[in-house]
Write a protein that binds this ligand. Structure first.
Ligand code: NAD
Ligand code: TYD
Length: 347
């Protein structure tokens, strides 16, 4: 299969590109990525010299760039490209609409114009909104996105649905829970807390820290995406989840314990606006239809991930410089100074 993978220099996309090239010797991949703050060619280092892989820098919302990346034709498009961080979408939703919504439509149009045989949209459980203490999202759960990020992803899912319904585009949507693993940008919970702990810096825990996420190792997610692409039923949505519900405060404790750092590094800071309380996934459809199941044990997977960050200090130190420092100060500076004050008040 010839694939166009968009957003392949980001966390999940880079894991996917590496996994596909390893698992399918006859496949070739063009990676199209704008290399935003979250994109990093170092994530693709192991495949940059592979003759089956070609990297193209470009914007999925740029029709000419997409047409050039498709070139003589591809059999499938897998769209990972997105603005992906909830906190950034709360600060400014503009780029989320440009890439996640308009960019997806440009890709759908290009897929149709070039007769691309399969289109897979990589989506998220966040399109379903937030859960109470029980229950799980199924593919039938109504869409109720709460953050601008989630709303932009829901819009994209619906555009994919419309392209299939109206134009017969052979499309799939996958909706996955929170990923963890190597190459994740240190703005998301696990890599932020691991790298902060490694640098002996405080771990900014939002609110009471009792929010729940369902964690899945990125390898399991990528395997599920690939299975849907090759064997899924056209026009269908498939949920993927790890079956590992954990409170954020528990994750913070695990990371500190694994690294032998004190719990006093945890700082309760002002909560995220509109913070979703709990996500959980019912993945029975993909299990039943395609025989997919997550394989990675969470405790072991988290330890391996922490070890990866410990062993790749140069990777994250390079990432946590320049514009990242401005982002960090803007997102956490005031909150952490406020938390430090509160700690002092308590003592
Ligand atoms: P990421 O932020 O690490 O990577 C996104 C990549 O997209 C980056 O390489 C970036 O340069 C690229 N990109 C951004 N705008 C672009 C544009 N206009 N044109 C081309 N490339 C562009 O994100 P991620 O965590 O790897 O997520 C990948 C996809 O999976 C996203 O669509 C996200 O919504 C979805 N998803 C993520 C998670 C998660 O836990 N991280 C869970 C479920 C679904
Ligand atoms: P995140 O990794 O941003 O993923 P998402 O919001 O898409 O689920 O956050 C995961 C959880 O961790 C979420 O409940 C918010 C919380 N969180 C913190 O407590 N502190 C932080 O600094 C960050 C980034 C997240």
């Amino acid at each position: 299969m010839r694939l166009l993978v968009t957003g392949g220099a980001g966390f999940i996309g880079a894991n996917y590109v590496q996994q596909v090239l390893a698992a399918h010797p006859d496949d070739s991949i063009v990676t199209l990525d704008l290399l935003t703050y979250a994109g990093n060619l170092a994530n693709l280092e192991s495949v940059l010299d592979d003759p089956r892989h070609r990297f193209v820098r470009g914007d999925i919302a740029d029709r000419a760039a997409v047409a050039a990346a498709i070139g003589d034709g591809v059999d499938a498009i897998v769209n990972f490209a997105a603005e992906s961080h909830v906190d950034r979408s709360i600060a400014d939703a503009g780029a989320f609409l440009a890439t996640n919504v308009l960019g997806t439509q440009v890709l759908l149009d290009a897929a149709r114009a070039h007769g691309v045989g399969r289109f897979l949209q990589v989506s998220t459980d966040e399109v379903y909104g937030s859960l109470g203490p029980s229950g799980a999202f199924s593919e039938e759960t109504p869409l109720a996105p709460n953050s601008p990020y989630a709303a932009s992803k829901a819009a994209a899912d619906l555009l994919v649905r419309a392209a299939h319904h109206t134009h017969g585009l052979p499309a799939f949507v996958t909706r996955c829970s929170n990923n963890y693993g190597p190459y994740q940008f240190p703005e998301k919970l696990i890599p932020l807390f691991v790298t902060n702990a490694l640098a002996d810096q405080p771990l900014p825990l939002y609110g009471d820290g009792r929010q729940v996420r369902d964690w899945i190792h990125v390898e399991d997610h990528c395997r599920g995406i690939d299975l849907v692409l090759r064997e899924g039923r056209v026009g269908e949505v498939y949920n993927l989840g790890g079956g590992n519900e954990r409170e954020n405060i528990e994750i913070a404790g695990c990371i500190l314990e694994t690294l032998g750092k004190p719990r006093s590094l945890i700082r309760h800071v002002t909560d995220r606006l509109g913070h979703d309380r709990r996500y959980a996934i019912d993945a029975r459809k993909i299990e039943r239809e395609l025989g997919w199941k997550p394989r990675r044990d969470f405790a072991r997977g988290l330890r391996d991930t922490i070890e990866w960050y410990r062993a790749h200090r140069a990777w994250w130190e390079a990432v946590r410089s320049g514009a990242y420092l401005d982002y960090y100060e803007g997102m956490y500076g005031q909150r952490l100074r406020g938390a430090a004050g509160a700690e002092e008040d308590r003592t």
